[in-house]
Design a protein around this ligand. Sequence first.
Ligand SMILES: Cc1cc2nc3c(=O)[nH]c(=O)nc-3n(C[C@H](O)[C@H](O)[C@H](O)COP(=O)(O)OP(=O)(O)OC[C@H]3O[C@@H](n4cnc5c(N)ncnc54)[C@H](O)[C@@H]3O)c2cc1C
Length: 401
Amino acid sequence: MSSEPVSHEHLKERAEAILQRAVLFRQEEAPAWGEQIERTGEIPSGLWERMRNLGFRRLTLPQWAGGEGLPLEMYFPILEEMSHNHGSIRMIFHVSNSIWRTIAKGSEEQQKYWLPRVANGDAVVAFALTEPDNGTGIDLQTTAVYENGKFVLNGRKHLITFAHEADVTVVIAKTDASLGRYGLTAFLVPRGRDGMKLEPMPEMMGDKGCSHAIVTFDQCVVSEEEVLGSVGQGFEIALRGFLDQSRASIAQSAVGLAQEAQDRALDFVRRRTTFGKPLSSRQAVQMRLADMATLTQAARLLCLDAARKFDAGLDIAREAAMAKGFAIRMVREVTDGALALYGGVGYAVNSPVERLYRDARSLWFEEGTLEMQNMTVAESLLSDARKRDRQQRQTAATIVD
Ligand SMILES: Cc1cc2nc3c(=O)[nH]c(=O)nc-3n(C[C@H](O)[C@H](O)[C@H](O)COP(=O)(O)OP(=O)(O)OC[C@H]3O[C@@H](n4cnc5c(N)ncnc54)[C@H](O)[C@@H]3O)c2cc1C
């Protein structure tokens, strides 16, 4: 699973060229796709195809699998650019470039089978963690019981993005209730498996066209070969394998969406005149614009920090949670500001800022709410404090000896 190493310079050139392609796509094609999705409430299959043909669905996948192998630091500006577009376009882009990372924690066979298919756009992967009746993490109640050399899945997931489109779903289930986080296991469940039923969720307020499913497992049999990683590694695969970088990616998506809202608002206040002067000449309006721009830039830099550390192979649990927690507050403030600056016409359905306002809300939930991000940050702070205490006690004991 290795291929010729590509130089950093070459990767940067590739990333720059793809970014330019994304800019053209935003200017020339994305508005029509977005308008069609809002009108029909569906993502046309041609959009998945178009994004595959433009090479947008393989940017972070490894080169041996046919991907571009872009590190996060080079990928993030492209993700930001794509996040100016309709929320469903951003979702296709994000899902394609992030969920595959769970499979990268699997066996060589699993990787060789699935990753080239994901890279060339033949396979879509969904990720099923959230449950309707339980909290996320060790509270999960979907079980996988080992019987006669196979696992039997029972339980219910919901809000699972693109489960209907997915060729394979990564399912996190409980294999041993007594082991806490080490009692969770990840499984690869291919589309159409007996005992797996999909039902659509109610229509969502934003990201129109994106499908989200309720996924029920009733005596659904999965083989040992379909265990992802090893038994008991599900928490690690979900969090470290996927969610950390995905949280940072959602934060970067918020930056792109906020930048779009800001650009629209700036353009509007320069054109709109009240009491004989453009709105942009009013100091109160200028202060608001400055705050919006500063918050957006601060979130962008938190994302960059997380991306650089991830690319260097460091644990980014804290950085990703900080970036996401900050970015969702930022995007709420900025989209609210843009709507306010537009005045009453901004509140009209299909005004340039009302869709952004709606789409921004999904970022609040994807990969966990603000409280969940803050819990991760606090856990990391407290764990560091405990480590420092232990070290101080050890140093003191050494001095006494
Ligand atoms: C558009 C969209 C796409 C999604 N896609 C997927 C997907 O593909 N796969 C998937 O698995 N999930 C997906 N989700 C689910 C998403 O990850 C969850 O909605 C999110 O993590 C919040 O979990 P919950 O809905 O169970 O909320 P709950 O856990 O029920 O939380 C409800 C509220 O209570 C707060 N809360 C909960 N527990 C605590 C606590 N211990 N202390 C303090 N406050 C707490 C939360 O912060 C939140 O404000 C998606 C959701 C949306 C909206």
